[in-house]
Design a protein around this ligand. Structure first.
Ligand SMILES: Cc1cc2nc3c(=O)[nH]c(=O)nc-3n(C[C@H](O)[C@H](O)[C@H](O)COP(=O)(O)OP(=O)(O)OC[C@H]3O[C@@H](n4cnc5c(N)ncnc54)[C@H](O)[C@@H]3O)c2cc1C
Length: 330
């Protein structure tokens, strides 16, 4: 009789793989394989940690609502409910919330920031996470899947593609990683963790308190190969221009460091969650774009339930991989 190493093998120890494993606990045996020596080195370790369900497309709205509500309870990881000002989207003076910033905006009181590293740790607690293992391929053998890795072969019933920026290549899906830069400033007088996120949706700029200074982004997005974090120095000029135009008080702050991260998108910007109709045994939890932290709890729940059921019937059509595979009968 064939033996398996685990009922489910998850490729990727980012927030997608971790949240899926969290919801599978006690229901399926799971091994998570992560190429890096520690989990959360890619998109999950390079984001802005902002939790908000506003300003998202209808295809992911419900998932975002559920995910944000769960994180706000503060039980999975520390949540700072600092609010979000949507600059230009309302009549209240921004300065009522964030001193010396001109203009008006709308106020989203429940918005805030989560401790992403803490959240990842909670999701991974008690899981069989194996780091430093690169998944190089897989094949179906009878009713099992053989997973080839840099450290040998594993056998499973379900292989989960939670490979983040690599999910398109790994799962043969039309996904695009896009680079975005995050800047962290040196400490600034008068900035504390209670101040809100200020987000200029149309103009493409946001900032929020971080370590006594600010975390900032100009919402740059450039298509890139998975793992290619090349820094585009023009983004600094764009940052200076946007601060000058919208938040002149901040235009002279000094940048202490920056990083580039990848947000991975499907062509319709929706998440991709579900069994692959082309490849029995392969399951995707991918394309979480710029929302993967907020949505993680709900994404993991949906994925785990579908893995346990063995079909995509309980997954909204807008999320299923079928929609991207027009040549495959649904
Ligand atoms: C700049 C930026 C800002 C963002 N801001 C926010 C925000 O404010 N709020 C929010 O909710 N979301 C935000 N996001 C989005 C969020 O970070 C992502 O949606 C989420 O982290 C994606 O998680 P993931 O697990 O799919 O990918 P990842 O975290 O990249 O995990 C994938 C893992 O798979 C591993 N892997 C890949 N291929 C293999 C292989 N063959 N073998 C073994 N391991 C493999 C990788 O090493 C990686 O660790 C932001 C993202 C970026 C880049």
């Amino acid at each position: 009789m064939s033996t398996i190493d685990a009922e489910v093998v998850i490729v990727g120890g980012g927030i997608a793989g971790a949240a899926t494993a969290y919801h599978l606990r006690g229901r399926k045996s799971v091994i998570i394989l992560e190429r890096e020596e520690t989990p959360g080195q890619h998109s999950t370790g390079r984001n802005a940690a902002i939790i908000r369900e506003i300003c998202v497309g209808p295809e992911i709205a419900e998932v975002m609502d559920e995910g944000a509500a769960e994180l706000r309870k503060g039980q999975l990881a520390e949540y700072i409910r600092c609010g979000i000002v949507l600059a230009g989207q309302g009549d209240g003076p921004i300065a009522e919330h964030f001193p010396d910033i001109p203009g008006n905006g709308g106020w989203h009181e429940p918005g805030g920031v989560v401790d992403v590293a803490g959240l990842l740790t909670t999701y991974l607690q008690g899981s069989d996470l194996r780091c430093g293992i690169d998944v190089r391929g897989w094949q179906r053998v009878g009713d099992l899947i053989e997973v080839q890795t840099s450290k040998g072969t594993l056998r499973t019933h379900t292989l989960v593609n939670a490979a983040g920026p690599w999910a398109g290549v790994f799962g043969e899906l039309p996904l695009t990683p896009r680079n975005r830069t995050i800047f962290i400033t040196a400490p600034i007088e008068g900035i504390n963790a209670e101040l809100p996120v200020v987000w200029y949706l149309k103009e493409g700029l946001y900032f929020r308190p971080e370590s006594g200074g600010l975390l900032m982004s100009v919402c740059d997005q450039v298509d890139a190969a998975p793992g290619d974090y090349t820094f585009d120095s023009e983004v600094i000029e764009t940052l200076v221009e946007k601060l000058e135009a919208h938040a002149p008080r901040l235009q002279d702050v000094s940048i202490s460091h920056y990083w580039v991260g990848q947000r991975t998108f499907a062509p319709d910007d929706g998440f991709v969650i579900g069994h692959d109709p082309r490849k029995p045994g392969l399951f995707h939890v991918a394309a979480l774009g710029g929302h993967g932290v907020t949505a993680s709890f709900a994404v993991g729940r949906i994925a785990a339930e579908a893995i346990v059921r063995g079909d995509n019937d309980a997954i909204a059509e807008d999320l299923r991989p079928e929609r991207l595979l027009s040549s495959v009968s649904k």
